[in-house]
Design a protein around this ligand. Structure first.
Ligand code: ADP
Ligand code: MG
Ligand code: MG
Length: 248
């Protein structure tokens, strides 16, 4: 059975309709990429999955782990083992990384003993400066450090599905490899499914995506394998009737 099943999902933000009938299923342990031009609704899709306020489901449904989650708060969804690495990372002054991870453990009803050792070893894995673990979350971090720290946060706690919204943007080549390998290990060792929004096949090559879907103007217009991601890198989205200006 699919861990996440999205059926004919229509979503609006305020008066603007953004998603027009999305169908997407993600099996346990599956790795799916979502590509598409800027403004096509990719972030709206993941915000809706996470239950962000103001993302209005007009019709259709989202089922996570067999539960119809309409009306559920974001934290109730997170308790199902769904985590998002958002497109931009909020700074949280006053909260240290180790405190945040400990509270994530308590939130999920897990024993937080050994958390410090756990995050240190995660930091080593990600080539992330360990001194950042004793500082406030994301405050004064570089773009690359924020992405690594977010990867650490989702990896430190067991997850069934990790969603990444353009985690590869702003990462240098080495950092991209570190982040991609960590997510791939989550997938291979813990069976965590991955839903990865990206503009570039590079991340997908590292992680070995099972399936690529293309979102244009709030609809899925194509679906394929890695070959589709590589083709899009060369040809762009004109084949789907997208004007070049739409990319800006
Ligand atoms: P993508 O992530 O594919 O670049 P988004 O999901 O961010 O696209 O945006 C899809 C469309 O929804 C865009 O036209 C965008 O301007 C609009 N949109 C996104 N967020 C809001 C918002 N909070 N209020 C109004 N319109 C929004
Ligand atoms: Mg986006
Ligand atoms: Mg796999």
């Amino acid at each position: 059975m699919a861990f996440l099943a999205i059926d004919d999902l229509h979503v609006s933000i305020g008066t603007k309709q953004v998603l027009h009938g999305i169908n997407l299923a993600i099996d346990d342990g599956e790795v799916i990429a979502v590509m598409g031009p800027n403004g096509s609704g990719k972030s709206t899709l993941v915000s809706t999955i996470m239950g962000r306020p103001n993302y209005q489901v007009e019709s259709g449904s989202i089922v996570i782990d067999g539960k119809a989650i309409e009306g559920w708060s974001t934290d109730e969804r997170a308790r199902l083992g769904v985590a998002l690495i958002a497109q931009s990372q909020p700074e949280i002054p006053g909260v240290r990384v180790d405190e945040l991870v400990s509270s994530m453990y308590r939130f999920r009803g897990l024993d937080a003993q050994g958390v410090t050792e756990r995050i240190v070893s995660e930091a080593v894995d990600l080539s992330l400066d360990q001194t950042l673990l004793n500082r406030w979350v994301n405050v004064d971090l570089s773009g690359g450090e924020k992405k690594k720290l977010e990867t650490l946060l989702v990896s430190a706690v067991p997850q069934s599905l990790v969603i990444g919204d353009e985690i590869d943007s702003g990462l240098d080549i080495d950092a991209l490899r570190d982040v991609a390998r960590r997510l791939q290990r989550l997938n291979e060792e813990q069976g965590t499914a991955l839903l990865l929004i990206t503009h570039y096949p590079r991340l997908l090559r590292e992680i070995r995506a099972d399936r690529v879907v293309v979102l244009v103007r709030g609809k899925i217009v194509a679906e394929g394998g890695m070959d589709l991601a590589i083709e899009l890198e060369g040809s762009g989205y004109q084949q789907f009737g997208v004007e070049t200006a739409e990319h800006n």
